[in-house]
Design a protein around this ligand. Structure first.
Ligand SMILES: NC(=O)c1ccc[n+]([C@@H]2O[C@H](COP(=O)([O-])OP(=O)(O)OC[C@H]3O[C@@H](n4cnc5c(N)ncnc54)[C@H](O)[C@@H]3O)[C@@H](O)[C@H]2O)c1
Length: 252
């Protein structure tokens, strides 16, 4: 326990799902938490829950696709906790569509949040980690970034981009004591996949048949992987993409 004692962790997309589970786990491990999310009301609820359990947490409303808002987010975080040691770039959107079907705005919106938003978070966050003497970055990619799936043109493109963004950052910032790794979850039980259930006949029982471990993962199971990667237990691991998918991607 207390693997993150005296650390400050900022987690984007932490008002819900994987980010919220990571925030709670990091808090239990002793970190001070910044819940950063576009959903201000839910972000505040998550922060309040951590404080109610004796942890330290603030909520900041931010749209990560806006570089000025990201800079403001860091200003607010520093004003409260003075530094940041751990950054979990986790916010994301999923919009259904193939090359021909959706309006162009869907492509631009997905890239703006899932790729450019993460770029803003590292662009303005890395100087803070450097000032702190190093740190760890975890980026939530997806198994969708390791394969092609029907009707997910923009999503699959951005998630593949994040896996390689991770490698680029890992190489560039190793000299500054900053480790950068990605996590690629498979099917995790959060509201995130609702648009897919609406589009395809897949239901939860057919998913269970597809996945070797025969069930969806929980946000907490992804959070455990994130914790490992940002903790000192992973001190020699950087540029890695840790797959958390119940065996889905190794099954024919
Ligand atoms: N659930 C899955 O099966 C699954 C699988 C692979 C990868 N992922 C990835 O995990 C991450 C978290 O997803 P989740 O399943 O916890 O979903 P979720 O919907 O529970 O959480 C996503 C959070 O991101 C926030 N968000 C969206 N746009 C934002 C923006 N522009 N700025 C700031 N915050 C924003 C939302 O408000 C929400 O709180 C995403 O990047 C997603 O691509 C999820």
């Amino acid at each position: 326990m207390e693997r993150l004692k005296n650390k400050v962790a900022l987690i984007t997309g932490s008002a819900s799902g994987i980010g919220a589970a990571t925030a709670k786990l990091f808090a239990r491990e002793g970190a001070k938490i910044v819940i950063a999310d576009i959903n201000a009301e839910e972000a505040e609820k998550q922060a309040a829950e951590i404080r109610d359990r004796g942890g330290e947490a603030i909520a900041i409303a931010v749209d990560i696709s806006d570089g000025q808002q990201v800079q403001q987010m860091y200003k607010q975080a520093i004003a409260t906790f003075a530094t940041i040691n751990i950054l979990h770039c986790n916010a994301g959107v999923l919009i259904i569509g193939s090359a021909e079907t959706p309006p162009e705005e869907h492509w631009h919106k997905t890239l703006a949040v899932n790729l450019t938003g993460h770029y803003f978070c590292v662009k303005y966050g890395i100087p803070i980690l450097k000032k702190a003497g190093g740190g760890a970055i975890a980026i939530t990619a997806s198994i969708s970034g390791m394969m092609g799936e029907p009707d997910l043109i923009a999503y699959d493109t951005t998630k593949g981009g994040l896996i390689n963004l991770t490698r680029q950052l890992a190489v560039e910032y190793a000299k500054d004591g900053i480790r950068v790794n990605s996590i690629s979850p498979g099917w995790i039980d959060t509201p995130f996949n609702d648009p897919i259930y609406e589009l395809t006949p897949l239901d939860e029982s057919s998913l269970d048949k597809m996945i070797p471990l025969a069930r969806q993962g929980t946000p907490e199971e992804v959070a455990n992987a994130v914790l490992f990667l940002v903790s000192d237990e992973a001190s020699y691991i950087t540029g890695h993409n840790l797959v958390v998918d119940g065996g889905l991607t190794i099954k024919i």
